[in-house]
Design a protein around this ligand. Sequence first.
Ligand SMILES: [Zn+2]
Length: 470
Amino acid sequence: MTVRLHDTLSGETRPLEPLEPGAVGIYSCGPTVYGPTHIGNFRAFLSADLLVRYLRYRGYRVRWVMNLTDIDDKIIKGAAAAGVSIAELADRWIAQFRSDAAALRMTTPEVIPRATEHIPQIVDLIQRLLDGGFAYRTDDGSIFFRIESWPAYGRLARLDPASLRVGERVEADEYGKDDIRDFALWKGPKRGEPSWDTAIGPGRPGWHIECSAMSMAHLGPSFDIHTGGVDLIFPHHEDEIAQSEAATGKPFVRTWIHCAHLQMGGSKMAKSTGNIARVADLLASGVSPRALRYALIAVHYRMALAYSDESLAAAAAAVDRLDAVLAALRAYRQEGPDDTTLSDLLASTRSGFESALDDDLNVSQALGALFDGVRDLNRRIDARSLSTADAARAAAFIEELDTVLGVTTAADEAVEPEVAGLLEARVSARAARNWAESDRLRDELARRGIAVEDTRDGQRWRRLADVASG
Ligand SMILES: [Zn+2]
């Protein structure tokens, strides 16, 4: 059995064959940090997280890179409107993103590079494109990629290069281009905009070049997997391929993975239309972060996900069923012989779960296999046919599969429901940046003998050795 993934560029579902056997490099386009991240964005991030978790479960060493776009037109406008520096605005929303990601239990990527920290790599890449005749300067100091110099342009998005961008609105700063289709690698300096003094002149990077520079800086000129939402296929990823391969002469990415839209009320979730649900707002309204995570990962990533109160309620019920069977198995005590058919049940559940995820991460089918197994385990618990050792084995089995899903609580996290509720409420309060409530809950937990601390990876807790009485 091997993991097979759908590649947007070839249109094929192919076995994963990493450049270095056993190790997989993955780059995911991360958020542009000018405002709160909505659940449509997180659907794409969590589908990459599911891929990372499953490949690790399968024994691969994974290096995951997710960038932060911290310089961009929207950030410049947002900072001006808020009367703060660009760095301040970006830092604020990066903190919110990290908090949302931790609440939703997104695996922390090995590298989370920021565009403004990669100006030398960006400049070097643009210099190579200028040297190779793939880019040109305009009078205002901007530098554009010349589409005509790259005949393969349009392959990812399956577009005819001749018809591209005709009729597209011409931005004021893009006058002077040789060809309407050409895209900005570097934007010449402008009043009121940040600018770097570099070997290719003063200015700031365009958006597309950031991802080429950051992915290649951390994964090399060719790497295994690049992920993003379907709306990034064109022009963002098309541009990434052109500029990266033109600069290096090497194939850029082996497998392109694109996550479909999240829809709410029948239309695509997007900041531009105002049809959005923010992670922090949902959590502040009392939505369980684990249920929200489940709702966002439970549909195959290439299918549109219809998000609604009903889908969230179904997700909460599913997480409850997993919590309940784990709690029952952990508490189960029964003298007597082992259940002779338990091994078969666990093996068939595992094979159903794995073969579904091997097939381009078919998560809904994998969940179906898991819940078939859970139903059977519940029957055995009710019938008292398991031994104490069987129950421990079955609990460990579910915990192991959940390393892929990330929705249940570990045994050492198992606490009284009241404390679990307080811990979860505090995660939500922090995600909503409600510090007063988060402090109140910390004190409340301390009174119950639970100390919490906040780490980069989210909230951690431990039992206090001795609780002051009274
Ligand atoms: Zn990107």
